[in-house]
Design a protein around this ligand. Structure first.
Ligand code: PLP
Length: 384
């Protein structure tokens, strides 16, 4: 029966991040800097809110777009943190993680053959969803441009077929952010064009310089932008599966139909925990951010001292150094580092072929793990 499986699904490859994680589990004593989730536990008061919801039998369906109180908390959170104004009543959907938010967005806006422009290297979670929705990914190589999408780089790729531009800043895998000026230049280019912007802001609470800026707050961009965010990274809640979308009512109205027939609603228990996170826990990310920033500085300084070339990341919890000077492909570098020194990092080509020549290092790990792993990386490159 396999020949009857949808070829679009058959063609989906398992992610390069998963491949390396699977391999690590076969090597005893291997250290890994591969993971994309916080190493902090979910704050205790949020866990207790989830437990209370269970004890009080809050275990039934909620409204399709999520509990109204939670949408009100989301609305308040994004207003006070980032100046985004979205109505709880009809412009916010609570989803099963940011992943589902991306999926319902793409399935709402894409038609067969519609092009989606993405700056690359980029998080590998978008392409399969674009293809399943019938769209065509079009990558813009940002490697020669400090790993950032600019208006100048983007302009030649825009055409009548462009339905959506994806922005993922702070970026997974590069940690880069766009300044207000860079976002304004993009907004000037995109203003007046018949397309959507999907702005994935899942790392918005983990920005180390100025506060997070969103293209949705610039000029008239709000009317064509769908913002994706969630609690996985900000509140160390990856397993609770809570994300959300922010979009004008005339777009949300359609997205909510896809959401309804896809999952009905996000988990009720997780929604009560999320309500606690976005009210009493509105600033829970701050101590974690402080710790990540100290680690970012430590790892960045060590890599520079070893002779790696890299852009200083301003957000998320990743560094993306170039390994081009060592004369190995990112696969060869990663495999040899794992086999010879028992340290796992993610090969850059896991983030599209435009990530070739780089590796991704996550610093969502304790100082001890980072220190020992970097000692091993140092030993490894000294032998190359
Ligand atoms: C850029 C980006 N978007 C979305 C996601 C998915 O987030 P969630 O776990 O909330 O589905 C991730 C997870 O790593 C990510 O890095």
């Amino acid at each position: 029966m396999e020949h009857l499986i949808n070829p679009q699904v058959k063609d989906i490859q398992i992610s390069g991040i998963r491949k390396i994680s699977n391999l690590v589990s076969t090597i005893p004593g291997a250290l890994t800097l591969t993971i994309g989730q916080p190493d902090f536990p979910t704050p205790r008061h949020i866990i207790e809110a989830g437990q209370r919801a269970l004890d009080q039998n809050k275990t039934v369906y909620t409204q399709n777009p999520g509990l109204l109180e939670l949408r009100e908390a989301v609305s308040h959170f994004v207003k006070v943190k980032y100046g985004q104004t979205y109505s709880a009543a009809d412009e916010i959907i609570v989803t099963a993680g940011a992943s589902q938010a991306v999926d319902i967005t793409l399935r709402t806006i894409l038609t067969p053959g519609a092009e989606v422009i993405l700056p690359a290297p980029i998080y590998p979670g978008y392409e399969p969803l674009i293809r399943l929705a019938g769209g065509v990914p079009v990558y813009v190589d940002t490697r020669e441009n400090g790993l950032k999408l600019t208006a100048e780089l983007l302009a030649p790729y825009l055409s009548d077929k462009t339905r959506c531009v994806i922005l993922c800043y702070p970026s997974n895998p590069t940690g880069q952010v766009l300044s207000k000026q860079e976002l304004s230049d993009l907004a000037n280019l995109l203003d007046g064009r018949e397309l959507f912007v999907l702005s994935d802001e899942i790392y918005s609470e983990l920005v180390y310089g100025e506060t997070h800026q969103s293209i949705s707050t610039i000029g008239k961009m709000r009317e064509k932008t769908i913002v994706i965010n969630g609690l996985s990274k900000s509140h160390a809640m990856t397993g609770w599966r809570i994300g959300f979308t922010l979009a004008p009512a005339n777009i949300t109205e359609h997205m909510v139909k896809v959401h309804q027939y896809n999952v009905t609603c996000a988990s009720s228990v997780s929604q009560y925990a999320a309500l606690e996170a976005l009210t009493a826990g509105i600033d829970d990310a701050l101590p974690m951010r402080k710790e990540y920033e100290a680690r970012r500085d430590y790892v960045y300084d060590r890599l520079l001292a070893m002779g790696f070339e890299l852009e200083k990341p301003e957000g998320a919890f990743y560094l993306f150094p170039s390994i081009a000077k060592f004369g190995l492909s990112s696969q060869e570098f990663t495999m040899r580092l794992l086999q010879e020194e028992h340290v796992a990092v993610v090969p850059g080509d896991a983030f599209t072929s435009y990530g070739e020549g780089f590796i991704r290092i996550s610093y969502a790990y304790s100082q001890e793990v980072l220190e020992e792993s970097l000692n091993r990386v140092e030993r490894f490159i000294s032998k190359l």
